[in-house]
Design a protein around this ligand. Structure first.
Ligand SMILES: Cc1cc2nc3c(=O)[nH]c(=O)nc-3n(C[C@H](O)[C@H](O)[C@H](O)COP(=O)(O)O)c2cc1C
Length: 201
């Protein structure tokens, strides 16, 4: 797998799901192998803040779908996060996923396991919301920045943001946005490790 797509909204096939699909369609067109994981289809429990992972590097919660996601988070060379905005940040289900990456943060920062670092890792953030406030995407950018950091990725990443997208199905009516997202996915896919450089004739 080259790219892990994380969909952080509880709305199944909602606007951010469409956004992720379109991005991955572009990435696959570029030859990347992409896999997506949506919180809408999985059971993710909230971090209890018990501190056990600071000693072991592993979460004590074993009976939810993070079990399948941890190995992907720890190994994916490229990650795209697609999310809607709920109260200026990622929806609660998505935030639970991010909080559970504390186990990986602990491996990196508390246990100082430097093999967790992935300086070549590439992240991308897609986010949308209903309003048009200037600071609408500030908290999500910070949240995802430190999520990527916990995973050992660089703290810098590309992003696309869309305002005034509210009702389910709204994103599908935005051909300009969809084209931009598809093209960003195509460009991202071309950056995958081992990809042949684009030859310009
Ligand atoms: C609980 C809740 C909180 C929301 N908070 C915000 C917000 O703070 N700012 C905003 O612009 N939109 C907000 N919205 C609107 C959603 O971001 C918008 O409807 C979006 O298109 C949903 O995308 P999705 O289908 O991918 O979840 C909120 C929606 C819900 C249900």
């Amino acid at each position: 797998m080259d790219i892990l797509g994380l969909h952080l909204s509880p709305r199944r096939m909602g606007n951010s799901a469409v956004m992720l699909e379109e991005f991955l369609r572009g990435a696959r067109e570029a030859g990347a192998a992409a896999q997506s994981f949506s919180v809408a289809d999985h059971n993710i429990k909230a971090c209890q803040g018990c501190g056990a992972c600071e000693k072991t590097g592993h979460c004590v919660i074993k009976d939810d779908d993070m079990r399948d996601l941890y190995p992907l988070l720890a190994t994916a060379p490229m990650i795209v996060v697609s999310t809607s905005i709920f109260f200026y940040n990622v929806p609660g289900q998505g935030k639970a996923l991010i909080d559970r990456s504390q186990a990986l943060w602990s491996r990196r920062y508390t246990l100082k396991r430097t093999e967790t670092l992935r300086p070549q890792g590439l992240g991308f953030l897609l986010a949308l919301g209903a309003t048009k406030g200037r600071d609408l995407f500030v908290p999500v950018t910070l949240c995802v920045k430190y999520f990527f950091d916990a995973l050992g990725f660089p703290r810098t990443f590309e992003s696309l943001f869309y305002r005034k997208i509210e009702a389910p199905g709204e994103m599908k009516k935005q051909p300009g946005h969809l084209k931009e997202i598809y093209e960003a996915g195509l460009a991202f896919g071309r950056k995958r490790p081992g990809a042949q450089p684009t030859v310009r004739i």
